[in-house]
Structures are given as C-alpha cells and as structure tokens.
Design a protein around this ligand. Structure first.
Ligand code: SF4
Length: 637
C-alpha cells in the first residue's frame, strides 16, 4: 500500500445498519486516485440504472484523495459523489476545510453509503472503527447546534463534523453538506441525498498522523510556500480579500451577473467589493487544514436585522453575486445574513439565489402571479424578501416548497422550460461567471457532466497574457499560446480538454485549485515532487491526468446509461445575446452554431460519440475500463 492512504474503505448499509471494511489493492488506488474517481467507480458499478437519486439505492460516497491531509498548503479536499437529485446525472462536489483530513486520520480513505435508515442517524468514525448512532433529537436543529451536540455527546471538541441541515432532511434539491460550518460540498444537492438516507451527519476523529514517504521534503516545501506565496499578486489577493476580490474587476470587464444575467456591470460595484467587505464585515482571515493562504473569511456583524453568527463564516464571491448583484441587492450586510441562513440550513447559495432570481423574473413578466407564489409579491432588489424566501425554501413552507425544487423543475411547472430566464444546464443553475467574458467557462457549463459548474477548468483570463505565470506554468501540459478570453477557437477547445483534465486531477488528489499553478503559485514540477513525497509512487503528470480522465469517463458512461446526450449540453439562450455591458457591449460573443461546433470538436478530441456523448470502446480500452464497456454493452441488450 502506498503512503498517503489508509488502505481502507468503509461500506455502510443504512437499511440494515451494517458496516463493512474493504481493503482495495494498490492498482485500485493508482487507477482511481481518490475523490471523484473512487465515488464514480462505486456509483457506476453498483447503482441500478435509472433509479431515483433520492431512493435508497443511490450509492453515495464521501472520498478523500492521496494528498488529502498532507502537511502542505491546500491539501485538504474531499468529494461527495452520487446521483444528483438536481440534475439526475452522475454528480460530485468537492469541499475543503477539515473533515477530509480527519476522516483519514480516523482510519478510512472513503465511506460508501447505501440504503436508508428508518430513523435519523449519524455515523461516528474513529480509530479505524465506525458506529451508527441515533440522531432523532438533533435531526431538525441548526447546523451549529448539531455540531455542538455531537461534540458534547462524544466528548471532544476536536471532532470534525460533516453534515447536512434541515434543508437536506426536507429534501431541498440544492441542499448541501457543510464541515466545520463554513466549508461546503456545495453543488448537486448531496445534502438531500443524505436526507433521503436519514443520514444527518458524519463525525470523525483520528488519533494519529498519516505516514509519508518523504516527510522532510514536505516540511521544507510547506515552510518555503508559507514564506513566499504572498509575493505573487494572485497569492496576496487571495490572502487579503479571498474571493471577495472579484466583484469589481468582473463588473469592470462587463462580467458581473446583475438582474438575472440581464446586465453585467454595476455603477457602484465597489459597494460589494473587497475593500468594502474588509471594512464592513471582516473579523479575521481563516485557513483550512494546514493551509497558510487563509482565503476563508470570518465576519462579525451586529445589526438588529442582519446580525450574523460568526461561526457560519462569511460570504464568498459566488454568494455575493447570487444573493446580491444578480438579485439587484447591493448590500453586503443583507448578503451576509442570507449567507448565514443558507449555511445554518445547509443550502447551496448559488442555486438558492439563482432560483429566486428566476422566480422574480417570471413574476415580473407575468408568467406567474401572486396566486402562484402564495400571495408573495416577488421582486428584485428587496433584501428582506430574499431572506424570507431563503427561510421558507429551507423549511419547504408554502411557496418555499416550490422554490426548493430548483429553477428547472419550476420552469417545467410554469410552462417555460428552455426560456431565457431559466439559467440552468442539465437542471443545475449557472454559477456567477458570465461566459461572454470567459468562453471556456461557457464550455465548462455546457460540457460538465453534472450541469453548470465553474470549478471544472481554470478561467480564460489567466491565459490572455503571453508572459503570465499561469500560461508559462501550463507549457508543461502542452499549452504554449496565449488565447483571448472571448475567442472560441480550436486552440481554446484543445486547451480546454487539457485544462479540464488537469483540474479533475487536482480534485481526484484532494487538492484545492487555489494552491497550485495555474491558479495558485506552486509550480507543477514541485506539485509532482510533493505527490511523490506523499505516496512514494514514481508518478508523472501524464499518468495522474490519465487517472483523472478515467474518472471522467466513468461519469460519462453513467450519464450515457441514464439517457443523457450532447442534446443536454445546452447553454441558456440568454448567453448567446449580445454582451450587455463593458468592453464589447452590444457585440454577440459567440452564436449558438459556433458553440455547438466547438462542443462537437470537444467530443471528437476526448474520444466520445459526438451525438450521444458515450465513451467509445477504444477510449474505454485506452483507459483500462473494459469492465465499463461490458456494463454498457449489457445495458444495450
Ligand atoms: S486556498 Fe483557501 S479554500 Fe483552498 S485550502 Fe487554502 S484556505 Fe482552504
């Protein structure tokens, strides 16, 4: 067994309350690496085709990667994987924080959940053992109360808790999972999957540190990184502002979503920008496990209406845009309160905000009336209304019961599926990045196997300057030429394929993209040296990226079996409209035909059928996935 892993995977049958341990061999770990790779392996192998994601048969996995918990910056992530109740596809969502490293210290690389407990439970994992415990008394409490109660019950405040909240127990389709109250497996609705299994939380505590092949090298590298990362502008900005640095430059570029993506700049973007945030909200900076970058925010706000509980963390860029600018709410205090509500109940702020924006536009256009919204007059720019809608959504009360289904299902109910105001791909709401200033992000929204996601690839502006550190750093991946952010060229498509695989590799390894080139400052050769120092493997970028590609093929095979095809890779029509603000305002950045042609090239490059998206037999052979080919062939008969 390589260093860096525990060599054990826990299998928990919640119907039978039965727990078993599997010890996979090294080939398994090298083939699937961790995180999404491990999760998709069990999902495709064991979940019956076309099963409801909220049925007990959903195979739901929490999985670390070989680097999770290593003593270097940004090595703390783990993945939640299963069939998404929002999209119906194979889905994943990665979180940083503290739970992943603690799960490993407690003795397991991953936990695979099947079945459904009759009553609410939580799983307690420590020192190579696991126990299913009653959660009846805490099932409907806020996230903070649940974390505190579990720690008190088990007798240690060092316990790390990953949990869903009331929104998950109520099966809100965009309910999420939080660990340490401020780190999220945000997208794809896996909080609802936990809720459907009556699994309120997983608590972990480990006694010892993991062993690494070359701990001295890791220590030296971590010390050097901590001393130098702020010398780069990108590293320094992450420390000083976190992701709250983005609203102002995005607005200046005409790429800040406003008014449900109908505008893309604000006259007073500074009011929700990084300096305002630091003066109005910031209490202190915080990092994840062993990470000196400290891009996480802790906020303090005493206010009769918007006062917040600091333990739930501060809003990041996506939340500032989803609950702020895109709803025409230019008020950081209101956004902070909305963020706290979402975090207390465990709801994805992106899908929650975007669903409210969709409903507001439908109301504005007369598609729905107060008779449809339980008497609520929906409108943009109303902060108190936004807070009320979040509360009733999490509780599934009144109109909130409809909002809890997400935009795509509401659009179907209201007869406006595919309308410009429904900003979803495969049923998942767009993140708050406008593809009209970053066309690669548009490809990512369309092509991602689980719907619109902004964490699928580095963003285009990194590769515009031929002398940028980001571009030079990916020379090692075979990307040499600068690319305009708004050009949908062959070069862009080819580079997208490579960069998508690279980011998937970071996900599979358990690494946060902010730590490593091209987004962060650690160069790729140092990264590979760290992976060797952790695992003891003789590895190259090539075989690591191939493992990441393998996991993507598992997801594509799953989706193909579920009936998804390239027809589902559609961007909302509004994104083909001329750019509303900023440089190139009034210009159409790309047409629907150009975009479709780019997607077909993508499928040709990755070795999947350009009509169905199904991996070709040759591709599966190349990926050492003949078992998948047999599985798909059996389904064809
Ligand atoms: S860069 Fe930020 S999100 Fe990533 S691990 Fe470090 S503190 Fe956490």
């Amino acid at each position: 067994m390589p260093f860096g892993y525990t060599g054990k995977i826990l299998h928990v049958d919640l119907t039978q309350h039965r727990i078993e341990t599997e010890a996979p061999d090294e080939v398994f770990y090298r083939s699937y690496l961790g995180g999404r790779g491990i999760g998709y392996y069990y999902l495709l192998r064991d979940m019956p085709p076309r099963t409801d994601p909220l049925a007990p048969q959903n195979v739901f996995t929490l999985a670390t990667g070989v680097m999770t918990g290593a003593p270097i910056a940004a090595a703390c992530r783990f993945a939640a994987v299963g069939k998404s109740p929002l999209t119906g596809t194979a889905g994943e969502s990665e979180a940083a924080g503290f739970f992943g490293p603690e799960l490993k210290k407690a003795g397991f690389d991953a936990i695979v959940f099947r079945g459904r407990s009759e009553t609410p439970v939580y799983l307690w994992v420590t020192d190579g053992r696991a126990e299913i415990r009653d959660a009846g008394a805490i099932a409907e409490l806020g996230a903070r109360e649940v974390e505190d109660t579990i720690r008190a019950e088990l007798g240690s405040d060092k316990i790390r808790v990953a949990q869903t909240g009331l929104a998950g127990m109520k099966l809100v389709r965009f309910a999420n999972i939080t660990n340490n109250l401020g780190h999220f497996n945000g997208r794809n609705g896996f909080g609802a999957v936990m809720g459907s299994k009556n699994l309120r939380a997983v608590a972990a505590l480990g006694a010892g540190d993991l062993e690494y092949q070359n701990p001295d090298f890791l220590r030296k590298t971590a010390t050097e990184y901590a001393k130098t990362f702020r010398k780069s502008p990108a590293g320094d900005a992450l420390y000083v502002y976190g992701t709250t640095v983005f609203p102002e430059p995005l607005s200046a570029a005409g790429g800040l979503p406003v008014n449900n993506f109908r505008a893309s700049a604000l006259a007073d973007a500074a009011a929700i920008g990084g300096d305002s945030y630091n003066s109005v909200l910031l209490k202190k900076r915080k990092g994840c496990h062993a990470c000196p970058i400290m891009c996480k925010r802790v906020i303090a706000l005493e206010d009769p209406v918007y006062g917040v509980d600091s333990r739930y963390g501060g809003p990041e860029y996506e939340t500032i845009a989803a609950l702020g600018s895109n709803l025409n709410i230019i008020d950081l205090k209101a956004v902070a309160k909305g963020n706290e509500i979402c975090n207390r109940y465990c709801m994805d702020t992106i899908s929650a905000g975007m669903t409210i924006a969709f409903a507001c536009e439908c109301f504005e256009k007369g598609i729905i009336t107060a008779a449809d919204s339980g008497g609520i007059e929906l409108r943009f720019g109303d902060a108190l209304l936004m807070l009320k809608l979040l509360e009733i959504t999490a509780r599934r009360e009144g109109f909130g019961d409809l909002l809890a289904e997400g935009s795509a299902r509401l659009a179907a109910r209201w007869g406006v599926s595919g309308s410009p105001q429904c900003l979803c791909v495969k049923g998942q709401e767009l993140a708050l990045h406008d593809p009209r200033i970053k066309v690669g992000v548009g490809m990512s929204y369309a092509l991602c196997t689980y719907g619109a996601d902004h964490m699928n690839t580095p963003h285009d502006p990194s590769f515009v300057d031929p002398n940028s550190f980001a571009l030079k750093s990916v020379n090692a991946l075979g990307i040499y030429r600068a690319m305009p952010a708004t050009q949908l060229s062959n070069d862009k498509v080819r580079s997208f394929v490579i960069l998508e695989n690279f980011w998937r590799m970071l996900d599979s390894l358990g690494l946060c993209v902010f730590g490593f080139a091209p987004r962060g400052v650690m160069p790729l050769d140092t990264l590979v040296a760290c992976i060797k120092a952790v695992s003891g493997w003789e590895v190259s970028l090539h075989d690591l990226m191939q493992a990441a590609e393998r996991s993507s093929m598992l997801a594509r095979a799953f989706n193909s079996r579920e009936g998804f095809s390239i027809q589902d890779d559609r961007l909302p029509g509004r994104l083909f409209d001329p750019k509303p603000n900023g440089p190139n305002a009034g210009t159409r950045i790309f047409s629907e035909e150009e975009f479709k042609a780019a997607l077909e090239k993508y499928y040709a490059i990755i070795g999947c059928n350009p009509l169905t998206g199904r991996p070709s037999p040759g591709k599966l052979l190349e990926m050492d996935l003949e078992w998948v080919e047999k599985l798909l062939a059996a389904g064809d008969q």
